[in-house]
Design a protein around this ligand. Structure first.
Ligand code: ZN
Ligand code: ZN
Length: 399
């Protein structure tokens, strides 16, 4: 039996006027999964821990986030297509604009003009450390240091505020590796500034009335480390269908193959239909397909209740085909993002799993209904085992 796991990012919510967005939405397909299946709620990391999307996904793939997560950088880098070694130090970056030593815009006016060409100018070699720099989506980029004696324990250069200079990075522990790495980052920031400031692209940007993209602001430093490959851990291959780099990066880190879909952009207007088609096609080659949909989280951060209801209804409409397949089908979230809070919360998320299960009495997919299901309250770290057991992929423990 094959397994499809649908994660609607941040779909879990709280009550507004007596209902959650899931409860307010008309969503016959999601409800059908609950009706046929077994239901519960899930703490993706642990009770009371507010999950990031990256740590939550590590956990629901069965990897201890406390052990493997050092920062967001490596996952962004992998998601942007950079090859990473276990000891490389990665950062996520913004192109920003600096004038007379002060940051005037942390996102270079959110204007992508020429950023790909500028990125090509920033692959330096500093004190034996190879620097890889790559533009990712919008004004964002990734920065990777490859070399020996490096540490992720250094502070960031993004001050996360305006009218401030770029911060100097400093070591966060006493090791010579941290000292060395912060020195490399400071040198990179200065050299990048000098190269960007005098680049033709930035002259063109200024001429066109745009802000220059003349400073690189780095944060989220992290080291990938050695994660056991998904295929080795579970004994079969898995694939990921996602639009956002961070989620692609976490998936790549654990060894899932990334399947690209035209128009899958991680926003509310993403090509969900195409992603569902790709998921179905992937089942010919993979025993596990993970389908990630980001729009529910994006709209929750905006605090838009109606928009979230609409997004849920749109997803519901598109996933219908999956219900016709003879598979283990799981529907859940990586965390709650209540529209009233506009941020991730530690509220457990609903989960429904249809397939060869002992069907419970739950008939609707929602935070409060699923809580009454037979799956009870589970931890995200156990999800993969539960799903793959339902798919008859697990072996007996003991005699
Ligand atoms: Zn998320
Ligand atoms: Zn979010």
């Amino acid at each position: 039996m094959k397994t499809v796991l649908i994660v609607c990012d941040g779909i879990g919510d709280r009550l507004k006027n007596g209902k959650t967005p899931l409860e307010a939405a008309h969503k016959p397909n999601m409800d059908e999964i609950s009706k046929r299946g077994i239901n519960g709620i899930m703490d993706t990391i642990a009770p009371g821990v507010i999950p990031g999307s990256d740590t939550a996904h590590l956990s629901i793939f069965g990897y201890d986030a406390y052990k493997y997560y050092t920062g967001r950088g490596p996952f962004e880098a992998l998601g942007a297509g950079v090859e990473l070694d276990a000891d490389d130090i990665s950062f996520r970056c913004n192109f920003g604009s600096i004038q007379e030593g002060m940051i005037v815009d942390r996102r270079a006016g959110r204007d992508e003009y020429g950023l790909d060409k500028l990125s090509e100018l920033l692959d330096f070699e500093i004190d034996g450390v190879k620097v890889v720099f790559k533009k990712s989506s919008g004004h964002r980029a990734v920065l990777v240091f490859k070399g020996s004696n490096l540490s992720e324990k250094i502070s960031e250069t993004d001050p996360e505020e305006l009218n401030s200079p770029a911060r100097k990075s400093f070591p966060l522990d006493e090791t010579k590796e941290a000292k060395f790495t912060s020195k490399i980052l400071n040198e990179f920031t200065e050299r990048a500034y000098r190269v960007l400031e005098k680049s033709e692209i930035n002259k063109e940007r200024i001429k066109a009335g745009k802000l220059p993209a003349n400073i690189v602001l780095a944060r989220g430093s992290g080291k990938l480390g050695k994660l056991e490959c998904f295929e080795k851990k579970y004994g079969f291959k898995g694939a990921c269908v996602a639009g956002v780099n961070l989620i692609k990066g976490v998936s790549r880190a654990v060894g899932l193959d990334i399947l690209e879909v035209e128009g899958a952009n991680g926003h509310v207007n993403s090509n969900i239909k195409g992603k569902v088609e790709k998921t179905i096609e992937a089942l010919n080659s993979y025993d596990f397909v993970f389908l990630h949909i980001k729009g529910t989280d994006e709209i929750s951060h905006d605090g838009n209740f109606e928009g979230k209801v609409n997004m849920i209804e749109k997803i519901d409409h598109e996933i219908g085909e999956l219900l016709n397949l003879d598979i283990t089908l799981a529907l859940t979230a990586d965390h709650s993002t209540p529209v009233t809070v506009k941020e991730h919360t530690a509220d457990p998320v609903p989960i429904a799993v249809s397939g060869d299960v002992r069907t419970d009495l739950v008939e609707k997919f929602g935070e409060r209904t699923c809580a009454r299901g037979d799956l009870g309250r589970i931890s995200g770290i156990n999800l993969a085992n539960i799903l793959f057991d339902i798919s008859k992929k697990s072996k007996k423990f003991g005699a």
